[in-house]
Design a protein around this ligand. Structure first.
Ligand code: NAP
Length: 287
């Protein structure tokens, strides 16, 4: 298929490569053109304007947040002339529903899995939108993902589920970070042994493995940048306010992410939540 791809960050760059590997033709745009050059070497055509990436059967946007998506969408034609706009970014359900009104054929497809998973084409795709369009997108989704989970025919449903899943992941990272501080400070157990036990038992689910491995080796390079994780917790809390649903754990994690940023960890992966727990326990840490 001819696919436009807008946003070649940690995730978008890896996803665009997976599409090229599957034999698709990719026309790509990135705000900072230099960062797109490696993709040209991988076979993509690079363009200087988002609108120029909108002429294929599909255009995928994979951008940082709501503001980035709004700025880019303002530079895309309103009439996409049959092109399906697939929004893969983690954005608010409210923005997704606005985009669905703006673009005649719009599908929300936020993803679960980090850049390493994206590079292998093994993401989980959470799809929301018209089922016929989701069916048309099967060759795209099978190139980037191991499985497509159709959430419903309203695009914003997929964004809400994505935020809920990230809230669960954040709570697990928070909990693992706190208990790791306990185990480490006690001096009784090797921290790596503790994480191995947790991953083999109470956290024996694929989604947690990568985070556990990062914590064991104190690898905090992103991955998933802490300010983006903060953004997701804020979006989850916004949605919770709309529906009058208290989310005490998400509020706690939001504050710990803020604390991490305030103490200079803004360039780290969100697993650096573990360092906030260690700091609270009076432990010296190195990020
Ligand atoms: P990233 O590496 O920071 O990339 C962000 C992308 O957005 C870059 O291409 C950046 O362009 C672009 N961008 C930011 N602001 C922009 C603006 N105002 N106008 C135009 N382009 C703009 O982030 P990422 O980790 O790839 O995440 C992308 C999305 O995927 C986010 O919504 C995130 O929540 C979601 N996600 C991330 C992960 C993960 O583990 N990393 C997993 C699942 C979902 P420049 O290169 O010019 O800065």
């Amino acid at each position: 298929m001819h696919i436009g791809f807008i946003g070649l960050g940690h995730m978008g760059g890896a996803m665009a490569r997976a599409l090229l590997s599957a034999g698709h033709h990719v026309t790509a745009y990135n705000r900072t053109p230099d960062k797109a050059e490696p993709l040209r070497e991988a076979g993509a055509a690079l363009v200087r304007e988002p609108a120029e990436a909108c002429h294929g059967e599909v255009v995928i946007t994979m951008l940082a947040d709501d503001a980035a998506v709004e700025q880019v969408v303002a530079r895309m034609p309103i009439d996409l002339d049959g092109t399906i706009h697939v929004s893969a970014s983690t954005i608010s359900p409210l923005l997704a529903s606005r985009l669905a009104r703006r673009h005649a054929r719009f599908v929300s497809a936020p993803v679960l899995g980090g850049p390493e998973v994206a590079a292998e084409g093994k993401l989980f795709v959470l799809a929301g939108g018209e089922s016929t369009w989701i069916d048309e997108l099967a060759p795209v989704f099978s190139a980037i993902g191991q499985r497509t989970l159709v959430v419903g025919d309203r695009p914003e449903a997929a964004n809400l589920v994505k935020l809920a899943c990230n809230a669960i992941l954040a709570a697990v990272i928070e909990s693992l970070g706190e208990t790791l501080a306990l185990v480490t400070k006690s001096g009784l157990v090797d921290p790596g042994t503790f994480v191995d036990v947790a991953l083999a038992t109470v956290l024996a689910a694929p989604g947690f493995q990568a985070y556990g491995e990062h914590l064991k080796t104190y690898r905090f390079e992103p991955g998933f940048k802490l300010p983006l994780a903060l953004n997701d917790m804020e979006l989850a809390l916004d949605a919770a306010r709309v529906h009058a649903v208290p989310l005490p754990l998400v509020s706690l994690v939001r504050d710990h992410l803020l604390e991490a940023i305030a103490t200079g960890l803004g360039h780290s992966d969100w697993t650096a939540l573990a360092l906030v727990a260690q700091h609270a326990a009076g432990m010296r840490t190195s990020a």
